[in-house]
Design a binder for this molecule. Structure first.
Ligand code: ADP
Ligand code: ZN
Length: 834
């Protein structure tokens, strides 16, 4: 599949921008740039009244337009994107219905888009010999080499200045092709490589309601101080350095100091890094001989790599069956063939254990990306990869855009994970599916690995799109853990307590047993905070967010109520704000509440909690895990952060506090999620010589997701679930597009949604569900309505028909929805419809 022609002597360039437009724009290539403009570089062009940066995606010699604007400047000496990434981005734009340029922007690390500078570095070891060789033939090249012998590297700007000439690109390209120089990207370095930075933070004693009062009192006498506080409220969760706060609040240091003196703010010192893994020790890899199942799987993958053709595998292996080891061996083989590899890992499974395992095999050939890196670190890693200094990229979904050349292998670990789908921002792509496309374009091999493959993937394997490879046993034939289901309806309430039981007698007894043996325990509950609901017993009052249609979660630290959607915070009331009754109570257990219960039931036992609230600091996630690994805690309690990828030999009990959190979600995938989550978390129990046990607490002990998880029966689960989906026409038998309408005026939102729905209803073969208010009908002050479209794969391959109909509807009502101020967003293959 070649979308872009290699030749560069075109008259016109096709340019895309990070906007929601589905076609490129045509610009004239001035003669002076004829050699420089190739697909994948950025250019500066006039666009309306402004000049903006765009990406060149192709060229042509004919144009139907009468007039053309010309490209004003060339921003890159060599392309930022390979032909393959450009083509993959085009596929994403088509499939997920967004702009090609929007995808390209998302494929770059933040900050690179405008602020980067190109540089060149002399890399030849004997430049004098070069000079003797090319001096006469190519005086411009010789001049460049001389300049670089004085100062290495030089930015393109500096070179242009020294050469007193514009666009020395042709000479530079020739030098690069001969291996004499190398192109680099240079970002202005931080002035000093400080290890610590001081942040100012709001004293947790002063929460939002209270703060508003403080601001009111301060405003007349000390407006600067008030302004500082207002600024901090405007960015909930952001860490401010003093200068940053002063700048944003247009205040000075003394206003901040006074706030600190008054105890409203406090100062906190925190470590900052730029190379995330700088100074981390790398252990040599253990000597591992693959077992026969692993060897069979690896052989098939190697054969496919050797064939030089695209191929996709679904590696279905139970937890701890050695899937990761298979990826590692396959990467060794890929590198030996002179090719490169991408490994996608869900963000929360990208633990220090995982990273050091890869680094022990491949050292600095590996670039790791994850969200806890600073923009600078991420930028630096991206840049080094682009320069060809890394051969393997490991990271969460955006790593699928890694600027590697000559890709031979893409492995997607835990391929069923919903975090591969970007659901909140354009492009709303699923990196697992993009992996297939990118591999196809590059004639590479894809391995999708999971203990609980997504129904879509299992279905594709059945249809012959993927080749199925299985690892049916755990390494060393360690037994699967024994799972017991505890019916919570049968658990008697504790005398004198209103609320339901959090930890059953069975769970308590098992925990006691393991503690007595000095073994460790993981407890899992997929809900953070203390309680999900604050309710009044006397009236109907429930604490809700003022901006969103969602109940507020109670957090015990600071005794606050918090919205998990918009960050709104208020102090928990002592009595009902409506009827003034004092009988206010909590419903719905969160991890904080479990933690409190653990302290009550097992005094003196050390437990650590890991959820979004305890892992905000940069290293806190890694720190909690390594402390638990060293045995500093008996119990690790957490949300799905503890369910994935952890491998602690001393953990012999996994307790699921409630299996029901996912089960009753209004989503057709809730059974699948529950089965996957329970299987994953159960997989954390038991290692060599220590059989693992799992206790699952539930109010639905007969639900087939839970029963199949208990018997480790993936096949029974998928067969029944597939049968159900077939009857209902849900994915994988159909494709879905969820269209979300939002705006401040509810009736406009509804109106536009109705128009679009009735337009598409006229079309044959498309099922239209809605329009209806979204399950969360208001977020951050915006009303939300949605329509879910479905079309069967049998009749509408690739969902073309459905997408064309949606495009036509948008085109028809373009003016209307703008006039109504309704914002529309689209999610193709949605994984969540909240
Ligand atoms: P998975 O990715 O399926 O969870 P891993 O590849 O992480 O499994 O393997 C689980 C553990 O077993 C790891 O500690 C790994 O080093 C080890 N392991 C993997 N393959 C073998 C093998 N063939 N022999 C011995 N140990 C192995
Ligand atoms: Zn809210």
């Amino acid at each position: 599949m070649t979308v872009i022609e290699q030749e560069s002597t075109y008259r016109f360039a096709e340019v895309v921008f990070p906007i929601a437009v589905d076609h490129p724009f045509t610009y004239l290539i001035p003669a002076k740039f004829a050699q420089d403009i190739v697909p994948g570089i950025r250019v500066l062009v006039p666009f309306g009244p402004r000049k903006i940066t765009g990406f060149v995606v192709g060229g042509k010699n004919e144009s139907r337009l009468k007039e053309h604007k010309a490209i004003e400047e060339v921003l890159d000496p060599i392309p930022l994107f390979t032909e393959e990434v450009l083509a993959a981005a085009k596929w994403i734009a088509d499939y997920y219905m967004c702009g090609w340029g929007e995808v390209l922007k998302a494929a770059l690390p933040a900050g690179i888009h405008l602020s980067s500078q190109k540089a060149v570095r002399l890399v030849h070891t004997d430049p004098r010999q070069i000079l003797a060789h090319i001096g006469k033939k190519a005086p411009r090249q010789a001049q460049i080499v001389k300049l670089l012998m004085d100062k290495n590297p030089l930015t393109i700007r500096e070179l242009e200045r020294e050469l007193k000439a514009k666009q020395p690109y042709q000479s530079l390209k020739n030098l690069a092709e001969q291996g004499i120089i190398r192109f680099e990207l240079a970002l202005p370095r931080p002035k000093t490589s400080k290890k610590f930075e001081t942040f100012v933070k709001i004293n947790p004693a002063h929460i939002q309601d209270n703060l508003e009062q403080i601001i009111e009192t301060l405003s007349p006498k000390a407006p600067k101080q008030a302004q500082c506080l207002k600024t901090m409220i405007a960015f909930p969760g952001k860490d401010f350095t003093r200068p940053e706060l002063a700048r944003l609040a247009k205040a000075d240091g003394s206003a901040i100091n006074k706030l600190i003196d008054r105890g409203i703010l406090y100062v906190s010192e925190e470590e900052v890094y730029r190379d995330y893994y700088a100074g981390k020790k790398v252990e040599p890899p253990p000597h591992i001989v693959l077992n026969p199942h692993q060897a069979t799987a690896l052989n098939r993958i190697r054969q496919q790599i050797d064939s030089g053709d695209f191929g996709a595998f679904l590696l279905h292996g139970v937890t701890g069956s050695g899937k990761t080891q298979v990826y590692i061996e396959a990467i060794h083989h890929t590198l030996a063939k002179g090719k490169t590899a991408i490994v996608l890992v869900p963000e929360i499974a990208l633990t220090p254990q995982m990273v050091s395992r890869f680094r022990s095999h491949f050292g600095d050939k590996v670039a790791v990306f994850h969200s806890r890196m600073s923009p600078g670190e991420r930028y630096d890693s991206w840049r080094r990869t682009w320069e060809g200094l890394h051969r393997i990229v490991i990271g969460p979904r955006s790593a699928i855009f890694a600027p590697l050349k000559n890709i031979g292998l893409i492995a997607v670990d835990e391929e069923h994970e919903t975090s591969y789908k970007q659901h909140d921002l354009t492009p709303r792509y699923n990196a697992r599916d993009v992996a297939i496309v990118r591999a196809n374009i590059s004639k590479a091999v894809v391995v999708l690995g999971s203990a609980t493959p997504a129904l879509e993937s299992y279905f594709n394997a059945q249809e012959g799109k993927y080749e199925l490879l299985t690892l049916p046993q755990r390494i060393d034939n360690i037994e699967m853990p024994e799972i017991t289901i505890q019916d919570m309806l049968k658990e008697p309430r504790i005398i004198g307590r209103k609320e339901p039981v959090i930890i059953s007698r069975l769970m308590r007894q098992k925990i006691d047993e393991k503690l007595a043996k000095g073994e460790q325990i993981i407890l899992f509950l997929n809900r953070r905070g203390f309680a999900t609901l604050l309710k009044c017993k006397d009236c109907t009052y429930v604490a809700k967010c003022r901006n969103c249609d969602i109940t507020l979660t109670y957090h015990i630290r600071g005794k606050i109520l918090k919205c998990h959607y918009c960050g709104y915070i208020k102090r928990a009331p002592d009595y009902c704000p409506e009827c003034h009754g004092v009988d206010i109570f909590f419903k719905g257990v969160g991890t904080q509440r479990v933690e409190e219960e653990l302290h009550r039931l097992f005094p003196g036992v050390s437990a650590v909690r890991m959820d979004l609230d305890t892992t905000r600091g940069k290293w806190s996630h890694d720190r909690i895990l390594s402390q638990f690994g060293r045995g500093e805690y008996n119990i690790l309690l957490g949300t799905q952060m503890v369910a994935k990828g952890l491998d602690f030999p001393n953990v012999t009990l996994v307790g699921v506090i409630s299996a029901d959190t996912e089960l009753y979600f209004p989503d057709f995938r809730s059974s699948e999620r529950t089965f996957q989550l329970l299987t994953q978390v159960a997989g954390r129990a038991g290692r060599k010589n220590k059989k693992g046990e799992v206790v699952i607490q539930t109010y639905s002990p007969d639900h087939f997701s839970i029963l199949c998880a208990k018997t480790h029966d993936y096949h029974r689960f998928v067969e029944k679930e597939l049968a159900d989906r077939r009857v209902l026409g849900y994915p994988p038998y159909s494709r879905m597009v969820n269209v979300l309408f939002r705006g401040e005026n509810q009736s406009s939102v509804e109106k536009v949604a109705q128009l679009v729905a009735s337009f598409i209803r006229k079309q044959q073969g498309i099922k239209v569900l809605g329009p209806a208010p979204s399950p969360i009908s208001r977020i951050k002050g915006n009303y939300r309505w949605q329509i879910l479209f479905m079309s069967l794969k049998q009749t509408d391959l690739g969902g073309r028909g459905m997408k064309d109909a949606i495009r036509a509807a948008f085109e028809a009502f373009k003016e209307k929805h703008r006039a109504y101020k309704v914002h529309i967003s689209l999610d193709v293959d949605p994984l969540s419809i909240l």
